[in-house]
Design a protein around this ligand. Sequence first.
Ligand SMILES: *[C@@H]1O[C@H](CO)[C@@H](O)[C@H](O)[C@H]1NC(C)=O
Ligand SMILES: *[C@@H]1O[C@H](CO)[C@@H](O)[C@H](O)[C@H]1NC(C)=O
Ligand SMILES: *[C@@H]1O[C@H](CO)[C@@H](O)[C@H](O)[C@H]1NC(C)=O
Ligand SMILES: *[C@@H]1O[C@H](CO)[C@@H](O)[C@H](O)[C@H]1NC(C)=O
Ligand SMILES: *[C@@H]1O[C@H](CO)[C@@H](O)[C@H](O)[C@H]1NC(C)=O
Ligand SMILES: *[C@@H]1O[C@H](CO)[C@@H](O)[C@H](O)[C@H]1NC(C)=O
Length: 865
Amino acid sequence: MRSKTTKSSALLGMAALTTFVVLASHSCVSENLNISARGTATVQQPIRANVVSLLVDEEGLEEKRCSVNQRQCKRCGKGLTGDKRCELCEVGFFLSRNACIPMNKCNVLGDTVLGDTQRNDVARTRSPGCEAVSFYDNGHCVLHDHTALKTMGYKQGVQSARLDCKPIEDPRGDGCRASYCEKCGEGDRECLQCRGNFTRTDKGKCRYENKEEADWPDIRPPTFGSESEIIKNEVARIVSLMTIEEKIGQMTMARQKWIKPSEMKSNAVGSYLLGGDDDIGDNSAQAWARLSDRYWNATTEVGDAIIHPLFGIDAIHGHSHLSTSTLFPHNIGLGCTNDPKLIRKIGKITAKELVATGVDWTFAPTHAVAQNWRWGRTYESFSQIPANVERLAKEFVIGLQGAVNETFLGVENVLGCAKHFGGDGGTEGGIDQGNFRGTLQELKDTHLSPYFGSIEAGVQTIMASFNSWNGVKTHGNEFLLRDVLKRRLGFTGLVVGDWNGHAQVDGCSPVQCDQAVEAGVDIMMLSKRDWKGYLQNTTSSAKKGSITAEKIDDSVTRILTVKALYGAMTTPALRAAGIKERASPSQRPGAGQSSVLEAAEHRETAREAVRKSLVMLKNGAKGATGKPVPLSTTGKYLVTGRCADDIGLQNGGWTRDWQGSPNYPNRFFGKGESIYKGIRGGMDGGGSATLYQMVDGEFPDLSSYDALIFCTGEDPYAEYFGDRHWPASMDFGQFRVGAADAGFLEEVRTKYPSLTIVTLLSSGRPLYVNKEINLSDAFIAVWLPGTQGGGVADVLFGKNDLVGKLSFQWALDPCVTMEYNGAHGNDPPFTNLMLPIGYGLTYDDESLMPTLNVDHLPQCDQERR
Ligand SMILES: *[C@@H]1O[C@H](CO)[C@@H](O)[C@H](O)[C@H]1NC(C)=O
Ligand SMILES: *[C@@H]1O[C@H](CO)[C@@H](O)[C@H](O)[C@H]1NC(C)=O
Ligand SMILES: *[C@@H]1O[C@H](CO)[C@@H](O)[C@H](O)[C@H]1NC(C)=O
Ligand SMILES: *[C@@H]1O[C@H](CO)[C@@H](O)[C@H](O)[C@H]1NC(C)=O
Ligand SMILES: *[C@@H]1O[C@H](CO)[C@@H](O)[C@H](O)[C@H]1NC(C)=O
Ligand SMILES: *[C@@H]1O[C@H](CO)[C@@H](O)[C@H](O)[C@H]1NC(C)=O
């Protein structure tokens, strides 16, 4: 294994002529590609390729093939699914949905291609010329441009093709790496002259200047009474005693799999995380708490201060990294409940479950205001309307952290994180990590305003966004992070970077990014194994003075202030003032107890959230008197469809695995309940519900049933992989899974014209489903309900009425675009193109569904309004 590492490293930097292309056939986004030709793709403008290399395992971990047909899997995972889970891929492949996907990169400048087994890193290089399957976006090559893939003739399901790349040296001819630098100095490190709206700093860097203003409200972050004074003084005293190494250590977050507690301690590293696909090998609360204990003890001691590391994780819809915990509907569904109290309660429960497993910090809730449902993270957005996001996200924060002046950061609370600042939901074309184009006022009105409420509620951390604003990456945007967030908005907490987000800043790499520190990212989130390289490089920059000392002190001050408030830093003076040190993870409330994750009260709250999030789009024909729902519990029903009895599917992305867990058995989710199981449980009137598993070429006999309950929906996806770029249609019938399901419904309707059909659509965003709506007597959007599918039965059988209202417009046309910022507010017109925000039928309502256009357009040629 070691020799392999050496060999692949040796290949880096060499110009070679081959590479391969990437198409994640497993990922839902590529399923709809209808690509005709197979085979070798011709590239119009050959460019240079480096041989791609992954960081292979240097620890000498046992090499083992997976039993599944994954030849490129280097190491298999443990856990309930045995060795079917690939954890590490061979060189030249990246991990996607537990499978190894070939990857390619042509990199014009000859940089080391960013490649890791984490897909996130693979997706971009820093070159102004990209190979044909990727597109150029603000200094990065981004993969998965469906249009390009299509024109290149990829066949559906074909995962790779060859792409020949030819070298181009130094395209601009001046040796500059950073696009904002007009003239480079020696060694490509110093910029002599900056471009456009960048001005040169005395350190030879370029700082983005923005002369614009916006009307900022008067935001008042909480003060913590007498405590603030003591904390302020103690933190200042400790910071003055710290070495540069200790300071930079505190400003570094490494991945748990790459750092041992002893290394945390010897390098003063201040925080660690588990990545979306990382695994500690044991799915129990006890194992988690025990692990956390070891890291908590890896303290940094400065003078009389003891500083503990923080353990962070993406708990996106509940403690979603642990499949046995209580998982709630994703934010889009919670937005439809429009129930602030409920959302606060969900935040509180999430915190309790995190505390039980030793986690200190969740990178949630998302404050994005998605403006384009093509964005794969739309489901992380509470609403299309900024004010709704602000109102609900704030409650989530209060639930997690506790209310200021009540039990703020009490023993059952964790640190929350408002993300991603700013403009993540407003990128052009809904492209993940893309560019928001607009004025500061526009940015503020739609994408920054949701943070105001959370800042006032005392949110302690805010995550910088991957996206750019007018072409400048947020991680490197000092104006946005320092001038706006920290100064104008008065944010006193800390700014954490996203997953290697700093590496996307022009001129940066994963192991070097002074610009991001200067810009105001207080903690860099390092996904790569080489956290030490980052630490050393940044320390040496700090020593040389190429990072401003005051800025480092500002960052460390923020970090230690958050830690003191949370109880992860203590000194005798703090203790004397009654500011308590937090107990070791295994001594916290409920620590190590799986009963906390399974608590009936938690499950009941999740179920309540499910039933309140469902939005009924149709209930009978317009003008007709009979209403198909509620169904009687004395009836005889056939329940079928891919989402009927699959807890992984109904949970969507960010569920155990980054891109979701569709292949896990239901038992993997502990006390979770599928939609079908809930329906069966709801049949308390003597009726029956039979599950029918669809099999190709077979068709059920429906003649003796009173109704068909049909559960269809999208495959899980998360950031990036869930994007559907223009001009792909939003027609669910064009998704592979959607086409099959629409066909099934059509056949049922033809064979049993008078059978009642109730369709439940599980999706992360509004989809064009006119045909499916038309074929159904009742149609309910269930979003991504989480583990407590029983909430669906609660409304289906009339135990509870439907109260959910759309938090996003719903497209009645496959190519319609959302109205910017819900331009019509909460009461937009009902049109043939769109159902308005706030739409949702109760049992008392007459169906309003207009006559729908049911043409299936192959792809979008123009946007409609
Ligand atoms: C999809 O493929 C089929 C069969 O190859 C072809 O007839 C059809 O025109 C294609 N549709 C599009 C939109 O490319
Ligand atoms: C520079 O900033 C001004 C507004 O301050 C803006 O109008 C202009 O487009 C910006 N130029 C570039 C190249 O970003
Ligand atoms: C909390 O209490 C302090 C001191 O009593 C007060 O100054 C502060 O305004 C309060 N903060 C909030 C958010 O209520
Ligand atoms: C952590 O430190 C505490 C206090 O020093 C000690 O009691 C405990 O055993 C340590 N735990 C681990 C896992 O090292
Ligand atoms: C940073 O660290 C890495 C080692 O991890 C090293 O290869 C690199 O040259 C260092 N310096 C810069 C400026 O990136
Ligand atoms: C459903 O489609 C048929 C034609 O296929 C049309 O006649 C009917 O009006 C449609 N119904 C609705 C509610 O759109």
